[in-house]
Design a binder for this molecule. Sequence first.
Ligand code: 13P
Length: 348
Amino acid sequence: MPTYFSYPEPALQKELKTTAEAIVAPGKGILAVDETNEGIGKLLAAVGLQNTENNRRRYRQLLFTTDNLSEHVSATILFDETVYQKTDDGTPFIELLKKKNIIPGIKVDLDAVPLFLSLDEVTTQGLDNLATRCAEYKKQGCRFAKWRCPLKIGEHTPSVQAINNTAQVLARYASICQSQGLVPIVEPDVLLDGDHDIVRNQKVSEQALAAVYKALNDHHVFLEGTLLKPNMEIATATVTALLRTVPAAVPGIAFLSGGLSEEEASIYLNAINRVSLKRPWALTFSYGRALQASVWKTWAGKDVNTKAAQLELLKRTKANGLASLGKYEGGSATSAGSKSNYAANHRY
Ligand code: 13P
């Protein structure tokens, strides 16, 4: 049943592919700092600070001004407000990141909302004016986007309704991003929540990913100019599920940390890069909590702690950079925040 379609113009293909490949360059990964204002508010409250625009800016300035951050960080995911913020000396964050050779990207989903008549499942909203928003972010200097769709494992979930909806929403999002010159990071997040076993998780991940790549193909998404951001579990199960479902045309897979502790997230990624299975894509990190837990703990909202907090960030980015090459020695990077970062129904 051949239907008419066309590929993106060669110049657009080249741009998207170049960006996607640069994000997953060997030994590098993504620093995710796209917490919503509500999400970062909880972290600020924990260090005794009010959830003001300036405090959100101060914290993110600490991250972006870290010396040598680009050694293991290729890109960072921003939240809308952060795109327009500046350092104390008036340098726009985006300019600072570009100077450091770190690619700015943007979270474009507008959060999860209930799927009517499902068993407590969700969809993700934000498609309506997405092309306009992407064009604006591109103009500001962003080169990629991210959109997260969570799927819950329960006795009767994820449902066919949720899996198909996730696939369609992510495919439409990816297509719109590419139309505006942004690389879409496609994030179907099969949540850790629940008491299911690894076999169930693997099978659900395979079903979700198979549906996502069918939909991406149906929407003519140019796979070489995309990245995948999935959940991770035990290494063999994770790589097996990916091998069965993710085309080798995809340049890279950057995992979310999903509530694992900082050390666990490094150990899991390292193990994934050491399994003796085929691995046709770069396998790296796109961590939020697993890169920042120690930073928050050390900073504690006080300027005098900035340097020490930045060193914590460098420790974790280095650990994960090495893990993306399968060269991390567990326990070699002792960090201030070694606890689990798990929270049920976590919202970003
Ligand atoms: P975590 O690593 O905290 O799960 O964040 C991943 C994410 O999607 C943020 O962009």
